[in-house]
Design a protein around this ligand. Structure first.
Ligand code: ZN
Ligand code: FE
Length: 255
C-alpha cells in the first residue's frame, strides 16, 4: 500500500504534513506549527499519531509540539545537533539518520543554510521529501544562520533525489517566489506555465505544495544557479555555482 500524504495549512502560511502507513498503522506529522489543525485532521481520518518529525527549531515549526505530544504520546524526532533548542526528543538523530516507518525506510540528512541544524526527511520508496524551510516551492529559505555555500550544497543534495520525488516544504510562498523567478527568467516556458497554475490554485484557496522535484528543477532559480542562463541573467557568467546562488539569494532578500 502506498503511503498517504495530507497537507495541513497552519497559522497564516505554514504547512504541516501527515504521512500515514495503513499497513503498520503508523502516522507521522512533519513539523507542528500549532496542534489544533493536526489533531482535527487525525480525528477526521481515525488515525493515531505515532511520530513527530522536526525539520528545524523555528517556532512556526515546533510551537505546537508540547500540546500534540501530550494529546497523542507520539515519539518526537529531531536532530541531535539541535537538541538544545528543540522540545525534548525521544529520538535524537545523528548527522546521517535512519528510521523505519512500517516497512518503509526513512533517511534524514543535514540541509543547513536557513538554520545550521536544519534536516530533511526522505522516504525513497514513496518518493517523498520533507524539506521544511530549506528547498521550498519555487524558492528556498532565507539564510538566517548558514552561508550561501552551505545552502547551495544542501539544495544540490536535494536536487539529486529522484525527479519524481514530491517536495513537501513548510510555507505557502510560491506565488511571490514565482514573481521573483520571473524577474530572472521571464521567457522560461515551464515557469510561465507554473505561474498560471499557481495563480489559479491560490484563487481557489488550494495549496501550491507539494510539488515534484522535476518541476522545481525546471522553475526554481535557486536550483538553477549552475545553468549558463541563470549566470548570465545575474551578470555573473564566469562565477561559481555557489557565487551565483549567493547573488540570487541576495536579490530575493531585496525583492
Ligand atoms: Zn524557519
Ligand atoms: Fe518557517
Amino acid at each position: 500500500m502506498p503511503l498517504e500524504l495530507v497537507t495541513i495549512p497552519c497559522l497564516s502560511d505554514n504547512y504541516a504534513y501527515l504521512v500515514h502507513d495503513s499497513e503498520s498503522g503508523r502516522t507521522a506529522v512533519v513539523d507542528v506549527p500549532e496542534a489544533a489543525p493536526i489533531l482535527a485532521a487525525l480525528q477526521d481520518r481515525h488515525w493515531q499519531l505515532s511520530d513527530i518529525w522536526i525539520t528545524h527549531h523555528h517556532g512556526d515549526h515546533i510551537d505546537g509540539i508540547p500540546e500534540l505530544r501530550a494529546a497523542t504520546g507520539a515519539m518526537v524526532v529531531g536532530a541531535a545537533a539541535d537538541a538544545h533548542r528543540l522540545p525534548p526528543l525521544d529520538l535524537a538523530l545523528p548527522e546521517e539518520g535512519a528510521l523505519t516507518f512500517g516497512r518503509h525506510a526513512v533517511e534524514t540528512f543535514p540541509v543547513p543554510g536557513h538554520t545550521v541544524g536544519h534536516i530533511a526527511y526522505h522516504i525513497p520508496d514513496a518518493h517523498l521529501a520533507f524539506t521544511g524551510d530549506s528547498l521550498m516551492s519555487a524558492g528556498c529559505g532565507r539564510l538566517f544562520e548558514g552561508t550561501p555555500a552551505q545552502m547551495w550544497a544542501s539544495l544540490s543534495r536535494l536536487a539529486a533525489l529522484h525527479p519524481d520525488t514530491l517536495v513537501c516544504s513548510g510555507h505557502e510562498y510560491t506565488a511571490s517566489n514565482i514573481r521573483f523567478a520571473l524577474t530572472l527568467e521571464p521567457a522560461n516556458p515551464a515557469l510561465i506555465s507554473r505561474s498560471q497554475r499557481v495563480a489559479a490554485a491560490r484563487e481557489q484557496g488550494r495549496p501550491t505544495v507539494p510539488v515534484t522535484l522535476s518541476e522545481e528543477l525546471a522553475t526554481n532559480p535557486f536550483l538553477r544557479a549552475s545553468l549558463a542562463e541563470l549566470k548570465s541573467a545575474v551578470g555573473l557568467p564566469t562565477a561559481t555555482d555557489a557565487e551565483v546562488f549567493a547573488e540570487i539569494r541576495a536579490r530575493k532578500d531585496r525583492f
